[in-house]
Design a protein around this ligand. Structure first.
Ligand code: FES
Length: 397
């Protein structure tokens, strides 16, 4: 921290006065404080004076003291304590170059040399009045070190070359772009994300958290599938009830229901009433119930014609590593092998119906094959391509 003194007498102006607009602004600031507490506005007033003049001279201190009814010494104490107040004249572009450790490690020393070459010694203004500079402590932009504050803007990720160019642009009135000078946005890592890039972290599966997002998705999908199966079964049942056989059997069914033995009554011998209309109605009722059965068994039976090609063993005695398919773990891989599925090219050739056939048999994992698009994944794997992670490459949502 440098010693902060007022500028030497030769550079001190004889007087200072706020502009009319600033006088108006000052009145509003002072009005914010209770009577007798006007001194609380000392920092806003000093700041406004610095905005107007570029620095805080002795005349500014005396004017502010008078305006607030303070001893000039008290205002001087404030002005010399806070480094944001410039006690020396500054250029039109005032460069505050950070020289603290992170910036120093990233090249601030070389930037200081640029300042000395282009501007001159610290706290001196160039002959054209355009530039002056000062080394300051950390300005809180260490992620983008080295950096400098020029007037109210931060310029970061500076190099001697781009800093020299920046000073030249400012001096010659060319537009400049505050912020990082190396193309990155904010303080993001150069070249894009460098950490936590493994997609397996997204659902916690890497740490064995079980993939709660997947579980919820599976539960939702299973619920939707169950609802679809139920709706299909109900539609099937209605259709079956509308067939002539079902219509003809209806009275008999009702008769049979009326004649059905109560739980406490002894059961009829099996063949005794097999020819009776009631029994016949029972048979028809059973057919209808069969048609309406919504269980997975129906589902599986209906899809049997969509059964994909299954093998009795892996070709050449070795199957592909099915765990490279995203969503397939050791348990599912074993289940697939037991089904007769060993190779990527087998899965790659499935039709949607065959995929559904397999999906319906993935006990505990139903819907997984469709959700994770095993066909597309296997097509890629069958070409010889391999994912970066041994968990596979998560398909896009
Ligand atoms: S060390 Fe330079 S901004 Fe923090």
């Amino acid at each position: 921290m440098s010693v902060r003194r007022l500028a030497p007498d030769p550079v001190q102006p004889a007087s200072f006065a706020f502009t009319a607009a600033n006088e108006n602004w000052i009145d509003q600031q002072i009005a914010k404080y209770p009577a007798g507490r006007q001194a609380s506005a000392v920092i806003p007033l000093l700041w406004k004076a610095q905005e107007q003049e570029g620095w805080v001279s002795r005349a500014v201190i005396e004017t502010v003291a008078k305006r607030l009814g303070m001893a000039p010494m008290r205002v001087l104490e404030v002005a010399t304590f806070y480094t944001m107040f410039n006690l020396q004249p500054v250029g039109q572009y005032y460069v505050q170059l950070c020289g603290t450790t992170p910036c120093a490690l990233r090249g601030a020393e070389a930037l200081k040399k640029v300042c000395e070459e282009v501007i001159g010694p610290q706290s001196t203004v160039t002959a054209d009045g355009k530039l002056s500079w000062l080394e300051v402590e950390c300005l809180g932009a260490c992620c983008n070190a080295p950096m400098a504050q020029i007037n109210v803007d931060y310029y970061e990720d500076l190099t001697p070359a781009n800093f020299r160019q920046l000073l030249d642009d400012l001096r010659n009135g060319r537009p400049t772009k505050p912020g990082p000078q190396n193309g990155r946005i904010g303080s993001e890592p150069e070249g894009g994300p460098q950490t936590l890039t493994d997609k397996a972290l997204d659902d916690g599966s890497m740490i064995g958290a079980g993939g709660w997002q997947k579980r919820i998705a599976e539960q939702r999908k299973a619920a939707a599938e169950a609802a679809a199966v139920k709706a299909a079964a109900e539609a099937e049942a209605k259709k079956a009830e509308a067939t002539p056989a079902a219509v003809a059997a209806k009275p008999a069914t009702e008769t049979a229901a009326a004649a059905r033995p109560q739980p406490s009554a002894p059961a009829q011998p099996s063949g005794a009433a097999s020819d009776t209309p009631a029994a016949k109605g029972k048979v028809e009722k059973k057919d209808v119930a069969e048609a309406a059965k919504p269980a997975a068994v129906d589902n599986v039976t209906a899809r049997d014609e969509s059964k994909p090609e299954l093998l009795t063993a892996a070709r050449g005695g070795t199957g592909d590593d099915l765990e490279l398919i995203w969503g397939v773990g050791p348990k599912l891989a074993k289940m697939l092998n037991e089904m007769g599925i060993w190779h990527y090219d087998q899965i790659a050739e499935w039709t949607p119906a065959e995929l559904a056939w397999v999906d319906a048999r993935l006990t505990g994992f139903k819907g997984r094959a469709l959700r994770d698009d095993w066909i597309a994944q296997s097509k890629k794997l069958a070409t010889g391509w391999r994912p970066e992670s041994k968990l596979g490459d998560k398909p896009a949502e």
